[in-house]
Design a protein around this ligand. Structure first.
Ligand code: BGC
Length: 349
């Protein structure tokens, strides 16, 4: 009897041991369909959750998306996922191919920064047919496009808010942007890619904030700089040569173009915050430095850390429950924050 009890106990232990080994193995390996299961198991909360995540970035050569990509990759790896990141080289056809490759490789989830939001229908169609939970980031499709697939979430920011904040940065200056006191604010606008909703709304809402405050505005020029530092420099250089002292404000849809514009401003012998104002968006490290030195009037934090945290949270909710974000919303927004010389130190590492 004693012997039989011992034998039974031993076999129970063996089965339990095997099961435990399987659980931890599945947790460590890629392919666990339910990451929360692996962490909530008896093993330990620090066991990697596993799974393979395919990430497409619209182009690696973009200053803000480089910060975003670095944080995203580190966060996913830290959580135990295997991460495959590809550069779509600003080419939508190439990105569609990359998505197809990820589908063939049977990744567990996708995080996609679309090249063109006008192509979102095709992207959504691909991931829907493959039934892969997907989080779209940074470039927002319409609510109508999003509604085509239920295992799809968008995580980003409300671009109108960043535009409004840029306008407010100018309204907060001593002369509300009217440096020469002629009763109106004369500006040039350096736009990102005009197909992009961030570019459209920042352009519109920055100026709208001034108009809403009763300030007269005059647009001297608007040019597309495609989010690029060199283009920002070239556009500002040409505009400064053409309009000279008439320019009181240079609005840039992002910081990288603002840093380029600053080079042109300095080369033209102008001085930011004395005879011209300059604002960007993103709070790139280089821009924070310039805000602190008084070479940029201000910028607006585009919070990559918070967006990554939400994107991963949404991805895990999709993997776990096949549901959208906990709030039930299909689009999740992170707030922008105004950055001025007064608070810039809070954002510097
Ligand atoms: C950022 C830009 C970036 C663009 C890419 C925007 O939200 O502000 O810096 O180039 O996203 O889509």
């Amino acid at each position: 009897m004693k012997k039989r009890t011992l034998a039974m106990l031993m076999s129970v232990c063996m089965v339990f041991g095997l099961l435990t080994a399987c659980t931890s193995k599945e947790g460590e390996n890629s392919g666990s369909p339910d990451p929360s299961e692996a962490v909530s198991g008896a093993v330990s909360a620090s066991v990697p959750v596993g799974g393979t995540i395919g990430v497409c970035i619209y182009k690696f050569d973009d200053a803000f998306m480089t910060t975003y990509r670095t944080v995203l990759e580190a966060t996913l790896k830290e959580k135990g996922y295997q991460v495959l990141v590809v550069d779509s080289n600003n080419d939508q056809a190439k990105q569609n191919e990359q998505i197809n490759n990820f589908i063939t490789q049977k990744v567990d989830a996708l995080i996609i920064n679309p090249v063109m939001t006008s192509a979102a229908d095709a992207i959504i169609d691909l991931v829907k047919r493959a039934d892969i939970p997907t989080v779209l980031i940074n470039r927002e499709p319409t609510a109508d496009q999003m509604s085509a697939y239920d295992k799809l979430v968008y995580v980003g920011c409300d671009a109108a808010q960043s535009g409004t904040f840029q306008g407010e940065l100018i309204l907060d200056t001593a002369n509300k942007g009217d440096i020469n006191g002629d009763g109106k604010v004369s500006y040039i606008m350096i736009q990102g890619d005009p197909e992009n909703i961030d570019a459209k709304l920042r352009t519109e809402y920055s100026v709208k904030a001034l108009a809403d405050a009763g300030v007269e505005v005059e647009q001297l020029d608007i040019q597309r700089g495609d989010w690029d530092r060199n283009r920002g420099q070239e556009i500002a250089q040409t505009a400064l040569a053409k309009f000279g002292d008439q320019i009181e404000v240079i609005f840039c849809n992002n910081d990288d173009m603002a840093i380029g514009a600053l080079q042109a401003i300095q080369a033209a012998g102008r001085k930011v915050n004395e005879d011209i104002y300059l604002v960007g968006v993103d709070a790139l490290d280089a821009a924070l430095d310039e805000v602190q030195k008084g070479n940029m009037t201000g910028t607006v934090l585009n919070d990559a850390n918070a967006q990554v945290a939400k994107a991963v949270e949404c991805m895990e909710a999709l993997l776990k429950d096949g549901k959208t974000y906990a709030s039930g919303e299909q689009s999740v927004y992170v707030d922008y924050v105004k950055v001025t010389p007064d608070n810039v130190a809070d954002f510097m590492s």
